[in-house]
Design a protein around this ligand. Structure first.
Ligand SMILES: Nc1ncnc2c1ncn2[C@@H]1O[C@H](COP(=O)(O)OP(=O)(O)OP(=O)(O)O)[C@@H](O)[C@H]1O
Ligand SMILES: [Mg+2]
Length: 284
């Protein structure tokens, strides 16, 4: 039995301090563990060292969006379990887009186009408070120890020059954060959502797909994964450019600061080395 403390109780009437079972661990992400929670809910329990501000942002954004968009799972509560913060969500019965691509690689083009369409579909104005994309980028760049101060300063000036906007950006839009169900798609993991240029959000997905380190060690498997990933990347970008009229140069402009900000994330060393080479080449 686990002590569960309700911090906020918007849509449900449970009492503070109720004792409940966490249920089976069903998935693990970089920032959390995800447990079953009753029949039709899940508990996303965050790592202890994650800043509270990020968890609150995920809760607020998911809560606000789920009221407007079918694409976002219902949000029930912000809770505390065993000294860790968590969010209770509606359980989505589906598979991640990543699992679909890995198990049925012949579907890669169709899924890449689906990702582009979903990305375009969320890029709308919002009527609630959200962090600012450019400010968040600068904050993340300021925190990395892998860049010299003068490089950081040049990056801040570069960011200031980029054309801004006021649209909803997911901040971590990739095939592991899209669940495919019989009723349609659901987009999860809104912790890094902000408002800004939609091209910035596309550039982030682009940088993730181009530089993402392979999860496997064997070289033959690595090659296959790289091949599938490249096809996925090009299918996604081409389709997004086709439906929006945005061109490759516009996307590439944002890739430099996005790559620099990613140095502040929990990434494998090899990926950081590749990002640094890219930043170095672009800065020249
Ligand atoms: N509402 C949900 N219903 C069903 N499964 C879910 C739900 N939310 C998350 N999951 C499962 O848990 C996994 C991790 O969730 P999520 O992406 O939100 O966590 P995370 O720790 O932020 O991940 P990362 O930072 O690695 O992207 C998902 O890929 C999915 O398999
Ligand atoms: Mg995720």
């Amino acid at each position: 039995m686990t002590k569960l403390h309700y911090i906020r109780n918007k849509d449900c009437n449970m009492k503070e301090g109720l004792k409940l079972n966490k249920g089976k661990l069903i998935a693990q992400g970089k920032t959390s563990e995800v447990f079953e929670y009753g029949q039709d809910k899940i508990l996303k329990l965050f790592r202890k060292d994650l800043p509270e501000k990020n968890i609150e942002n995920e809760y607020e954004v998911s809560f606000n969006l789920s009221k407007k968009m079918k694409l976002v799972p219902k949000v029930y509560d912000l809770v505390e379990v065993d000294d860790r913060k968590g969010i209770i969500y509606e359980k989505v019965n589906g598979t991640t887009m990543m699992e679909v691509i890995s198990s049925k690689p012949w579907k890669v083009k169709k899924e890449a186009q689906r990702l582009a369409e979903l990305h375009e579909a969320i890029q709308k104005p919002v009527d609630f408070e959200l962090p600012d994309y450019k400010t968040t980028l600068k904050e993340n760049i300021s925190k990395t120890e892998l860049l010299e101060e003068d490089i950081k300063k040049r990056l801040y000036d570069y960011i200031d020059e980029l054309k801004d906007d006021d649209l909803l950006c997911h901040g971590d839009f990739h095939p592991d954060n899209v669940l495919i169900t019989e009723e349609g798609e659901v987009i999860i993991d809104w912790m890094t959502a902000s408002k800004g240029s939609r091209i910035a959000d596309i550039a982030r997905t682009s940088v993730m797909l181009k530089f993402g380190a392979s999860p496997v060690k064997r070289s033959a498997e690595k090659k296959i994964i790289k091949f599938v990933r490249n096809r996925f990347y090009s299918g996604y970008i081409k389709h997004y450019m086709k439906i929006t009229g945005i061109n490759k140069e516009q996307i590439e402009e944002w890739e430099l600061p996005i790559a620099a900000a990613r140095l502040n994330e929990w990434l494998p060393k090899s990926e950081k080395v590749d990002l640094l080479k890219f930043i170095d080449m672009k800065m020249k």
